[in-house]
Write a protein that binds this ligand. Structure first.
Ligand code: SF4
Ligand code: SF4
Length: 349
C-alpha cells in the first residue's frame, strides 16, 4: 500500500504494484461486505455481530486517521463505482444546486436512520440486510446515470457528513483508487482538497446551513444515542419515540451551544468544527470502548475481550488516552492534508 507523507503527497503516483495491491484489498473488502450482507439475510445474529460489533466500531477511528483508505475500500463505494469501472455510466454532471440538496438529504437520512438502530437495525438482521441491499442498488443506479461520486459517495450517503467531520485533519493521504480520472464531478472535491471541514467542503448556501446544523447537533446526537436505555417491557412505538427523543434532545443542546460559539468565534470556525469533531468521537469511544473490550455488557459483543486480562479501572485510562489522542490529531496537530491524491484530469470531461 502506497501511503505517503505530506512532503511526497503531490508527487505520489499509483505505481502498478501499488495499484494491484489496492485492487486486491478492494476486492477482499468487497467480498467481506458481501459476506456480511449474506449473513444479515441468512444468519441474522452473526450478520448483526459482524456489522455492528466488528466493522462499525473501528470505522470512526479509520475516518480520523485515514478517511481516504476507507473511501477507497468501502464495499458500498466500490459497488457504486462499478458502472464507472465498466464504462457503462452515462456520466451526466450533477448541478451544484443538486449537490447541495443531496448533502442536505444525506444529513437528514443520518439523523433519521441512526436512532432506528435501537429498535430495528441492531435487532433485525434481515431488515438491516434488505435496507443495505436497497441502498446499494440505488447507489448503483444513480452511478449508471451520473458522474463518479457526485450522487452517492460525495452526495447522498448518510455516512458522508460524518466522514467530512471526522476527516477534517487526516494523518495519511493515499492515492484515489475509486476515480480513474477526475471530471470535477463535485465542487469542491473533498477527496482531493486539503484539510477542509464540512463547512468548507459544502459551499453552496443551501448545503452550508445543513452543514452547520449537522456539526452543531452531532456530538449531542451521539451522546443522546448512547443514553437511550429501553426497558424490555416498553412498547415498540414508545421505544422508537424514546430513541429519537434522547438523540434529538441532546443534539438540540449541543447545536444551541455551537450556534453561540459560532457567532462569537466566526473567525475560528475551522477550529470550532474540529473541536466538535473531537467531542463527538470522544463521546463515541467513551461509551463504545467498554463494549469493544468486553469490559461492560455482554462479552458476545466484544471485538477483543480483555475482561479477564486487565482490571476494570483500566477503561478510564484508555478513555483518557483516546481523548488525548483525538485532541492531538484533530486540534493540536498543525498542517493539513487531502484524503487522497487527485487522479489525473479527464481529457474529455
Ligand atoms: S460515502 Fe458511503 S459509500 Fe462512500 S465511502 Fe463513505 S460510507 Fe462508503
Ligand atoms: S477526484 Fe474528481 S472525479 Fe473523483 S470524486 Fe473528486 S471531483 Fe469527482
Amino acid at each position: 500500500m502506497n501511503i505517503s507523507t505530506e512532503k511526497t503527497q503531490e508527487t505520489q503516483q499509483k505505481t502498478p504494484t501499488a495499484k494491484s495491491i489496492w485492487i486486491v484489498i478492494q476486492i477482499a473488502v468487497f467480498a467481506v461486505g458481501v459476506f456480511i450482507l449474506a449473513m444479515l439475510l441468512l444468519q441474522p445474529k452473526l450478520g448483526l455481530i459482524l456489522l455492528w460489533d466488528t466493522l462499525i466500531p473501528i470505522a470512526p477511528l479509520l475516518l480520523i486517521i485515514a478517511p481516504g483508505v476507507w473511501r477507497n475500500i468501502c464495499p458500498l463505494a466500490t459497488f457504486s463505482m462499478l458502472p464507472h469501472q465498466f464504462n457503462i455510466s452515462q456520466r451526466k454532471p450533477l448541478s451544484v444546486e443538486w449537490q447541495a440538496y443531496f448533502f442536505m438529504i444525506a444529513v437528514l437520512l443520518l439523523f433519521l436512520i441512526v436512532p432506528l438502530r435501537h429498535t430495528v437495525l441492531d435487532k433485525y438482521g434481515v431488515v438491516t440486510g434488505i435496507i443495505l441491499l436497497v441502498v446499494a442498488i440505488i447507489s448503483f443506479c444513480l452511478a449508471l446515470i451520473f458522474d463518479w461520486k457526485a450522487t452517492w459517495c460525495s452526495g447522498l450517503c448518510p455516512v458522508y457528513p460524518v466522514e467530512l467531520l471526522y476527516g477534517a485533519r487526516p494523518v495519511l493521504t493515499v492515492p484515489n483508487m475509486q476515480c480513474r480520472t477526475c471530471t470535477n464531478c463535485v465542487v469542491p472535491c473533498r477527496d482531493s482538497k486539503k484539510g477542509c471541514t464540512p463547512l468548507e467542503a459544502v459551499r453552496h448556501k443551501n448545503s452550508r446551513w445543513a452543514a452547520l446544523v449537522f456539526i452543531g447537533c452531532f456530538p449531542g446526537f451521539v451522546f443522546g444515542w448512547f443514553s437511550v436505555s429501553l426497558s424490555p417491557s416498553i412498547s415498540f412505538r414508545m421505544a422508537v419515540f424514546e430513541s429519537y427523543l434522547w438523540s434529538y434532545a441532546a443534539a438540540t443542546v449541543t447545536f444551541i451551544i455551537f450556534s453561540i460559539l459560532y457567532k462569537l468565534f466566526s473567525n475560528q470556525s475551522n477550529l470550532l468544527v474540529r473541536l466538535y469533531a473531537t467531542i463527538a468521537i470522544s463521546i463515541y469511544y467513551w461509551f463504545k470502548l467498554p463494549d469493544i473490550l468486553g469490559l461492560s455488557g455482554s462479552s458476545s459483543h466484544a471485538l477483543l475481550n480483555v475482561s479477564n486480562v486487565v482490571p476494570d479501572w483500566s477503561i478510564w485510562l484508555l478513555r483518557l488516552t483516546f481523548i488525548t489522542l483525538f485532541s492531538y490529531l484533530l486540534l493540536a496537530r498543525s498542517g493539513t492534508k487531502a484524503w487522497t491524491t487527485p487522479p489525473r484530469p479527464a481529457k474529455n470531461p
